[in-house]
Ligand binder design. Structure first.
Ligand SMILES: Cc1cc2nc3c(=O)[nH]c(=O)nc-3n(C[C@H](O)[C@H](O)[C@H](O)COP(=O)(O)OP(=O)(O)OC[C@H]3O[C@@H](n4cnc5c(N)ncnc54)[C@H](O)[C@@H]3O)c2cc1C
Length: 459
């Protein structure tokens, strides 16, 4: 019997998204080459609370709820070693240009540090080069006249260079915000309050009930709210009218005299210099609108997948993992890719939905609710949990265990394991073990998880 030749897949970027894309495509039997311009994996791992990938849970004994970028990098290294993905990455190699090839697939022009330019052909292209790569600093009137220091938060590392200085920070919100609407004087800023995400919320909506968003604890690991309350940080609800020699003039007629201005004013989400200019940008609407089916599949170019280029109300890692599973299944042929018309219809319907659900700002054009988005993405692979599927376990196994699982999935903390219980690519034993461990608030990986991870490692 003739065997189908495996697909050659290029992955651009070895950050959190690229690593899981490599792993998922390898699992599908494709051969994968990743190009990473840096000399290491995990480019932008900020201080954050990021749920891990479903098939490699974080050990709470070794990782606190909020962990630093050092620990984030450690987790990614452990993930990459566990799934043996590093040998598929070519480090210090930048992708300069990607062109659709006449025979199908993509031709990539790449260059290793201090090396010659080379060309390589692949059947499919996965762009995982990060959404937060091109900082945007608004063109404030009078910007040149400011005598102090002005920088984008992208280049901020530690507070020590600013000690004793008067600092204004423009922008308060998720790091991708691009609307300068608030300036604070003195010191640091960054707060967000994420609307609760869960299958319960989704199920309630599906049943036509008014879902009460369970509010998560405000994401305030550095005590910003306390500093605001005690006046250490002063918040101005205003927009910046202009910069001048000594500082900023606000729309509230307040003049802030400062030594440093840090612009936390977001990133360009559509800037992908190595792709054709019309590959991602919407052909109907201005940037940052994009034409990507489910925020990841190009309806215009064959075999082009753009992952991680969205704003998730919830953890980025779970969405990146779901996107990678779908891309890998489409590339291998396991999952049929919809036709152009269907994709465009879905893109337009989605735009309409977003404009009804979110504030009309550029940042929100690319925003999704994580549980809803991942369910929708993975439904064609049969991986989205449903009340019927979870409770159906009662008739196939231990009813008490099935009820506990239902409680954990619908009333507990959502975790990536919920999308590994059923369907294609399921890893039920590990998924259940992780869901129960989280539900019971255990402080270390359970024995069942360790056994299941070990089984994966030796597979
Ligand atoms: C301040 C801040 C706070 C954040 N907080 C959170 C949070 O709390 N929770 C959360 O889930 N997410 C958070 N994020 C988002 C975070 O960026 C993502 O979670 C995650 O790091 C993105 O991973 P990625 O792999 O998509 O992109 P990246 O980590 O940016 O990786 C992209 C990789 O592609 C490489 N690359 C780019 N261009 C090329 C090229 N042409 N050729 C070769 N290689 C290339 C880069 O070098 C990089 O290694 C935060 C981001 C910031 C900046």
């Amino acid at each position: 019997m003739a065997t189908v030749p495996s697909k050659r897949v290029a992955v651009i970027g070895a950050g959190l998204t690229g690593l899981v894309a490599i792993k998922e495509n390898l699992s599908e039997g494709s051969s994968v080459q990743c190009f990473e311009k840096l000399g290491h994996i995990g480019a932008s791992g900020p201080t954050a609370r990021k749920p891990p990938k479903a098939d490699f849970p974080l050990d709470p004994a070794r990782y606190p709820d909020y962990f630093s970028h050092y620990l984030q990098l450690r987790y990614l290294n452990e993930y990459a070693d566990h799934f043996k993905v590093k040998k598929h990455i070519r480090f210090n190699t930048q992708v300069l240009q990607c062109v659709p090839a006449a025979q199908g697939g993509w031709t990539l022009e790449v260059q290793e540090k201090d090396g010659e330019r080379e060309e390589h052909h692949f059947d499919a292209l996965i762009c995982a080069s990060g959404a937060l790569a091109t900082p945007v600093t608004p063109d404030f009137a009078g910007r040149e006249s400011f005598r102090g220091e002005l920088l984008h938060s992208h280049h901020y590392r530690t507070p020590s260079p600013f000690e004793g200085k008067r600092v204004a920070i423009i922008g308060l919100g998720a790091p991708r915000s691009s609307n300068p609407e608030l300036a604070s004087s003195q010191r640091g800023t960054m707060a967000s309050d994420q609307a609760g995400q869960s299958h319960r919320r989704k199920a309630a909506q599906g049943a036509g009930m008014r879902a009460r968003a369970s509010r998560a604890e405000p994401d305030d690991p550095r005590g910003l709210l306390r500093k605001v309350r005690t006046g250490v940080v002063k918040v101005h609800r205003a927009s910046v009218e202009a910069l001048n020699e000594t500082g900023l003039a606000l729309s509230t007629n307040v003049q802030l005299d400062v030594d440093v201005i840090i612009c936390a004013t977001g990133y360009s989400l559509t800037d992908m210099p190595y792709l054709p200019r019309d590959a991602v940008a919407s052909r109907e609407l201005a940037a940052p609108h994009i034409d990507l089916y489910k925020f990841m599949v190009s309806p215009w170019y064959e075999d082009l997948y753009v992952l991680g280029r969205l704003e998730v109300f919830g953890p980025h890692a779970s969405a990146a993992e779901a996107q990678s599973r779908v891309a890998a299944a489409m590339i291998s042929g396991k999952l049929a890719k919809p036709g152009h018309e269907e994709m465009m219809k879905s893109i337009k319907a989605n735009r309409h939905k977003i404009s009804n659900n979110f504030v009309d700002t550029p940042r929100h054009f690319l925003t999704v609710h994580s549980v809803e988005y991942i369910d929708d993405l993975l439904a064609p692979l049969g991986c989205a949990p449903s009340v019927g599927k979870v409770l159906g376990q009662m008739f196939r196994g231990n009813p008490i265990r099935a009820l506990s699982l239902f409680k954990a999935v619908y009333f507990g903390i959502p975790c990536s394991g919920q999308w590994r219980l059923f369907g294609y690519g399921r890893n039920q034993k590990l998924a259940e073990a992780t869901i129960f461990r989280i539900a019971h608030g255990e402080g270390e990986l359970s024995k069942a998880e360790q056994e299941a991870i070990g089984a994966v490692a030796s597979a």
